[in-house]
Design a protein. Structure first.
Length: 281
């Protein structure tokens, strides 16, 4: 069944691959990116099944305008994919204020505003699905990615709440959590001058692993994109979908460690409850 998709961040990486594959299978795509001419080659092949617009997701007014225009031009949109992203590869002190603001404005607030702009249209049509592209870094952490994690953990908390609110309206939401994948995103990571105090520790170890290629990129971007497409057609759609052996392993280890620590402090947690509401043993 042909569907209509709205996808952000389509100039490269998952966004570009997703747009290409959707068009080949006969779907329509509203593709947004900072430079719409980057998709001229796809428009030449697929014609009016590809609708493009310039979009900087950090511009709230522009987000609302472009989302409204896409629904007006294409009618019902079945799937909204929040894919635009920005990464800062630096320790907590090394990153500049501007870099911190950019990663939060893009990955967290940008995604929030796209969802908020799309929901009135999805409510009116009575159906739709939102795919929020997060990462394994929305559930676990790695040194040198603190601000990226802040944005991804934040958007996952937002999306989990939204999913519960919109389910009675016939709208679904899934958080997609890819692991490390060679999409070119790593080459575009913003960096900062290295501080020796951090270079001698875990942040430096991670930096050197990325630089010398020993930080493994084990996942196939084409397979990840196909899994995202297949997800939309499933009946048993999860709230979160880890994609990649590293994503599955690292997220599971993080959840297990957090649960163990949580249970280890049960006695302290319950000790502060008011006597009138003390839990039964």
């Amino acid at each position: 069944m042909a569907r209509t998709w709205f996808v952000t961040g389509t100039s490269s990486g998952f966004g570009r691959l997703l747009t290409e594959r959707l068009l080949v299978r006969g779907d329509r795509v509203a593709a947004t990116l900072r430079r719409p001419e980057a998709l001229d080659d796809l428009r030449a092949v697929h014609g009016d099944r590809l609708w493009t617009a310039r979009l900087d997701v950090t511009d709230t007014g522009e987000v609302r305008r472009v989302v409204d225009e896409a629904f007006a031009a294409l009618g019902a949109i079945d799937v909204v994919v929040n894919n635009a992203g920005y990464g800062v590869f630096a320790s907590v002190e090394e990153a500049s204020d501007e870099q911190v603001r950019q990663v939060i404005d893009t990955n967290l607030l940008g995604s929030v505003h796209v969802i908020r702009a799309a929901l009135p249209h999805l409510r009116a049509q009575g159906h739709g699905r939102i795919l929020q592209v997060s990462s394994a870094g929305g559930q676990t952490t790695y040194p040198n990615f603190a601000y990226y994690h802040a944005s991804k953990w934040g958007i996952e908390g937002f999306c989990e709440t939204v999913a519960r609110e919109i389910a009675p309206l016939g709208i679904g939401l899934t958080i997609v959590e890819p692991g490390a994948t060679p999409t070119g995103f790593g080459d575009a990571l913003a960096t900062a001058p290295v501080m020796p105090e951090y270079d001698r520790g875990p942040a430096g170890d991670t930096r050197r692993a990325v630089e010398d290629g020993t930080f493994p990129l084990v996942n196939d971007p084409e397979k990840i994109v196909q899994a995202m497409i297949d997800l939309v057609g499933r009946r048993d759609v999860p709230l979160r979908l880890p994609l990649g052996s590293d994503a599955y392993r690292d997220v599971r280890a993080s959840l297990a460690a957090r649960l163990a620590e949580h249970d280890a402090h049960r006695e302290i947690a319950l000790s502060v409850v008011h006597d009138d509401h003390a839990p039964a043993e």
